[in-house]
Design a protein around this ligand. Structure first.
Ligand code: NAD
Ligand code: ZN
Length: 380
């Protein structure tokens, strides 16, 4: 592959100019990778609800103009100074939270919250020099969570790239770059249901259904799906969800409905909605004595979690996770192998596909609650 390490690349990128405004495909300039950075060519990207929150900027700080996108499959184009473990041509998944491999978090078995590269949604620049690598007519365009994958080329810190099996089809494994790994890891690495246990999943989008998939893989016997959108229930049957609850169908709080269905509460719950009321219900619906609830959804910036401390004294555990506690570089290559070995099916999460020129359609689908993941093909 032709490497242009020292040259600026001119390419197409979908720029978000303002909150809620349709993205505009622009010809942007992408600067060469600096120290510990890698420039990658995005082949496939997909839309996660987190992109939509920061595009709408209703419950998040507005940072514009910005290139969004964080779920993608890519090939390394060139590497900057100090990068030794990647080279042009390598297949990678960019990850919104990184792994420097040197800090206390990276050295701990229990954390993926790297000191240097952990998710920072308000930063729109590269860590090395606090500057953007994107520009348009000489003016900078901000980055998003260190990835900005809605561009034909983007620059990413080496610690935010998982090098994967080059045989893995990037149009499928790109969804492991965020949503599916997050949901799967939230269950397998954090909630850790025992065989035969009951698990409630709040929010049956791609993240929640990946959490359900994790529950199925762990041998859960009851998987209760909770969603306000009844259209999700048919789709969710393919993911081993055994029962469905729509909070709109009941007058009492959904945690009470679940407690009645399960003789006191579920063994585990995983919240994948981003809504504070669902987060509280997900916690309060776990069984006292042993229940564990895991929060995954990205909350409104002013959201406050309110519950009686007695719910904790009664031996319920509340946890939260970014990226399913996976360490991006160390763990994601083996999640890709689970797909290659057919232990994990990805096709059923991919319900739509659009060419890059029609990226706004992917936003419309997500806003309407239609489908799970929409793959955006960069070459079309
Ligand atoms: P999605 O929009 O496809 O799915 C969310 C689902 O939740 C929808 O089906 C919606 O109807 C449902 N929902 C909304 N409010 C609800 C409520 N009060 N009760 C029950 N169901 C409700 O989104 P997604 O891409 O699957 O992402 C899910 C969440 O996970 C988002 O908040 C996203 O930002 C977050 N996320 C977190 C991480 C992380 O690392 N923690 C990573 C990726 C995504
Ligand atoms: Zn995401």
């Amino acid at each position: 592959m032709l490497s242009l390490t020292n040259q600026v690349i001119h390419c197409k990128a979908a720029v978000a100019w303002g909150a809620g405004q349709p993205l505009v495909i622009e010809q942007v300039e992408v600067a060469p990778p600096q120290k510990m950075e890698v420039r990658i060519k995005i082949l496939f990207t997909s839309l996660c609800h987190t992109d939509v929150y920061f595009w709408e900027a209703k419950g998040q700080n507005p940072v514009f103009p910005r290139i969004l996108g964080h779920e993608a499959g890519a090939v390394v184009e060139s590497v900057g100074e100090g990068v030794t473990d990647l080279q042009p041509g390598d297949h990678v998944l960019p990850i919104f939270t990184g792994e420097c491999k040197e800090c206390a978090h990276c050295k701990s078995e229990e954390s993926n919250m790297c000191d240097l590269l952990r998710i920072n949604t308000d930063r729109g620049v590269m860590i090395h020099d606090q500057k953007s690598r994107f520009s348009l007519n000489g003016k900078p365009i901000f980055h998003f969570v260190g990835t900005s994958t809605f561009s034909e080329y983007t620059v990413v810190h080496v610690g935010c790239l998982a090098k994967i099996n080059p045989l893995a089809p990037l149009d499928k494994v790109c969804i492991l770059s965020c949503g599916i790994s997050t949901g799967l890891g939230a269950t397998l690495n954090v909630a850790k249901p025992k065989k035969g246990s009951s698990v409630a999943i709040f929010g049956l989008g791609a993240v929640g259904l990946a959490a359900a998939e994790g529950a199925r893989m762990a041998g859960a016997s009851r998987i209760i799906g909770v969603d306000l959108n009844a259209n999700r229930f048919e789709l969710a049957k393919k993911f081993g969800v055994t029962e469905f609850v729509n909070p709109k169908d009941y007058k009492k709080p959904v945690q009470e409905v679940i407690a009645e269905m399960t003789n006191g509460g579920v063994d585990r719950s995983v919240e994948c909605t981003g809504h504070i009321d669902a987060m509280i219900s997900a916690f309060e619906c776990v069984h006292d004595g042993w229940g564990v609830a895991v929060l995954v959804g990205v909350p409104h910036k002013d959201a406050v979690f309110k519950t009686s401390p007695l719910n904790l004294l009664n031996e319920r555990t509340l946890k939260g996770t970014f990226f399913g506690n996976y360490k991006p570089r160390s763990d994601i290559p083996s999640v890709v192998e689970k797909y290659m070995n057919k232990e994990l099916e990805l096709e059923k999460f991919i319900t739509h596909e659009v060419p890059f020129s029609e990226i706004n359609k992917a936003f419309d689908l997500m806003l309407k609650g239609e489908g799970l993941r929409c793959i955006i093909r960069m070459d079309a």
